[in-house]
Write a new protein. Sequence first.
Length: 341
Amino acid sequence: MMKKLTIVLLMLTLAFGSSNAQDFQYSQFYAAPLYLNPAMAGSTELTRIGANYRKQWPGLSNDFTAYSAYMDHYSFDLNSGVGIAVNSFRESNMKINTSDISIFYAYNLQLAETWNFRFGGQAAIVQRSAVLDNLIFGDQINLFSQTVAPSTLDQLPNFEPYSYLDISFGTLVNNDFFFFGLAAHHVNQPRLSFFPEENQHTLPLKIGAHGGYSFPLGSNYQWGSHFDNQITLLASYKQQGPFKQLDLGTQLLYGKVIGGIGYRGIPGTQNSPNHDSIIALLGVKLESGFVIGYSYDYQLSPIGSQTKGAHEVSFRYLFLWGNPKDRNRKSRINDCFYYMM
């Protein structure tokens, strides 16, 4: 019995949240700004409401689904951004569900007329649960008739949901064209196990670096004015335990239309699981402040045709809370984070 329980534990910890675990990820990583870096709270110097949805591997009978919703606001009086977010990640086979609610605070230090340095923190309460109805034990398998019995003689204990505190930090340097950020998630490395006596399995620290540069299109652009047409180059690198990942992408904003293409993987590792996906993106940016995006991941691995990649949708609404004439707030809106996905 204990041997089988050990196998169950190993399956759970390897799948989600052992020393070799990896966080769920979004292809539109800049459309999930607070999930990417706590210092992004208030980075638009607007009030921002957003949501994300991702369906990964829909071609398989058991897939992965993620939902996120967030809101952040910038206070000019306090030079600070605050935010709140909820996330839910679900694996359908063993019904492993991870849900959290987070609060964010980021302080903005103006280094020069157009340069800002932000430092942010995140505190999250996370709950994990699982339903292990789909597990099959040795006494259920009949090799002669090639059948599987519906029940087992072994009795599994109840896997009760449990909660933990998760702490993260981040920094961000930016102007109207350029940004570079660093983030450290799970700095307290909370325990991950459905067995109270198993304390050695913890959520490993995730560190990340990300940045981008925007090139305005058109000969009439003047420094300090807002621009509607631009090309942005984006990059994000992260490492969690033994997992390493690099995301590269470019996005074009032309009027209201957003188009982009990206690559996820480690270049030069053709036979590695890090050689992952090509990502195509299409979106729209409306004058009302709505930004909507859809992306599709085409997997480069041999199993890509079976999994059917991943679908992802993002939604954001940005608006100026307060009087736009107060201290000329309208001119301070940061274009660098206005539309990116």
